[in-house]
Design a binder for this molecule. Structure first.
Ligand SMILES: C[S@@+](CC[C@H](N)C(=O)[O-])C[C@H]1O[C@@H](n2cnc3c(N)ncnc32)[C@H](O)[C@@H]1O
Length: 305
């Protein structure tokens, strides 16, 4: 996905994400040679220079980064910052003490972000260099979203034909939701995968996922599995995109069920979430089992996130 300058502006307004990255930069950038990987507008590059970085290289495959050259002229840092409009894997660079990256979408399974992180870890760090983020925990719970379900299903019950094939296609497509209230959560969150960015072999894998037992917390109908992440950028600095009043930059990922599923408070179920790379796309498989199968769905053929 190619972001517009407006998209980059919206990302910067997410103060939870921004403040966490800025805190890491303030703590780790002084005296370092820093790579702003996927720099976008170069906001983190300027922050690193403000914090006392020796030298910063801002790289983005998106040509918006070229405008940073003009912005640098308004700062005292022009001589200490290189701006490169390129794919990081196609240029030669000396290693860095610190690499700052946020290549995620609603989850880290987004485009070739993980491959790029693996490349950076293996090729662009000094021996003691740090890659930010350090870890992402992938979280999930079942959610009740009757209004969302009604809105996406309604068009496909109009008269004239059986449109349910279209409805099923919509309901098999992972969707990013920006606002999700805590009250929609019908089970406690479970961690279904942990990404350790210090392990290049692990992040290069193409298949991730697990099955975990969840306990249903309220009786009613659930409409899908909601996924989000909790990141450790470094040490005690991180942030999470769990359901709350906060609207995270990339939203949270909803994996819908084809039909609403009735659940009862206290009921135990197995929640499965799996995600794998099929050619250029991430494909998802998800479902819940109680004594019998309650819901199972997959984005094969329609997934694009
Ligand atoms: C989510 S944006 C983050 C922008 C900015 N760092 C921020 O946090 O506001 C991720 C950026 O990474 C860039 N990107 C992704 N893969 C890349 C690659 N292989 N080489 C260079 N840039 C890449 C994308 O073009 C996008 O602009």
């Amino acid at each position: 996905m190619s972001y517009s300058v407006q998209n980059f502006g919206t990302m910067l307004l997410d103060h939870v994400r921004r403040d966490a990255y800025l805190e890491v930069i303030r703590r780790l950038a002084p005296g370092c040679r820093v790579l702003d990987l996927g720099a976008g507008t170069g906001f983190f590059s300027i922050a690193a220079l403000n914090a006392g970085a020796d030298h910063v290289v801002a790289v983005d495959v998106n040509s918006a980064v070229n405008q940073l050259t003009r912005v640098l002229k308004t700062t005292p840092y022009e001589a200490r910052c290189e701006v490169l409009n390129a794919d990081i894997r196609e240029i030669e660079l000396e290693p860095f003490d610190l690499i700052i990256a946020d290549l995620r979408g609603p989850t880290p399974f987004y485009g070739d972000g993980l491959e790029v992180m693996s490349y950076a870890r293996q090729n662009l760090l000094t021996e003691k260099g740090k890659l930010i983020p350090e870890e992402d925990q992938l979280m999930a719970c079942v959610v009740s979203l009757p209004n969302w379900y009604r809105d996406v299903s309604e068009p496909w019950s109009l008269p004239g034909a059986d449109w349910s094939s279209y409805r099923d296609s919509v309901l098999s497509t992972p969707t990013s939701l920006s606002t999700v209230d805590k009250s929609t959560m019908f089970s406690k969150p479970v961690c279904w995968h942990r990404i350790d960015y210090s392990d290049a072999g692990h992040i290069e894998k193409r298949k991730f996922g697990s099955q975990n037992t969840i306990t249903i917390s309220q009786s009613g109908l659930v409409h899908g599995v909601l996924c989000w992440f909790e990141t450790v950028l470094t040490e005690d600095i991180g942030y999470r995109t769990e359901p709350s009043n906060h609207k995270p930059t990339y939203g949270r990922l909803l994996l819908p069920f084809l039909t609403p599923v009735a659940v009862s408070a206290g009921q135990e179920c197995d929640l499965t979430v799996q995600c794998y790379r099929l050619k250029k796309n991430w494909t998802w498989d998800w479902g819940i089992h109680g004594d019998a199968l309650m819901a199972r769905n997959s984005s094969v053929g329609v997934g694009f996130l």
